[in-house]
Design a protein. Sequence first.
Length: 176
Amino acid sequence: MSSAFFNEIRTKQQLGYMVGTGNMPMNRHPGIVAYVQSPVAPPSLLIQAIDEFLNAFYMVLLELTEAQWQSSKLGLINQIGAPDTNMRAKGQRLWVSIGNKDLDFNNREKVVENLHKLTRADMIRFVVDKLKPRTSNRLVMHTQGESHQDAPKLALGQEIGSIKEFQLRPKDIELG
């Protein structure tokens, strides 16, 4: 997903310089982050571009050959299973495990085991059922930069205007 997102948002549409996706669990709930930092586009245009990408991403998966799917999967498995590059990275990984109550420190192995079982059909179903904007449970964080103050404000969901309000919010929202 990362390379396709970067190619679409950064290379083709040229909407920002800092563009990417990644794994971002919150309170032991799995999550995916898509981010764009843009000097040229307001948040409303960025969220529209992200939504269009997510709506069409299943087509990217459909167009992959089985060899391409297996190669992508193997690349991810190798990335997850790669040894820590230094003690700091290892320490960070272990502290994340502790924070996630992975006291056996084997979450990476479990993820790799499940990736081996993952089919392209499973992934397409996940994208359609969970990632498409109409079905996703998501948190959108943004700032309206000075150069975009006159642009339409992002009208999406419920606005949370402070860190304190954000910290209190999870107590009254069920996370699926």
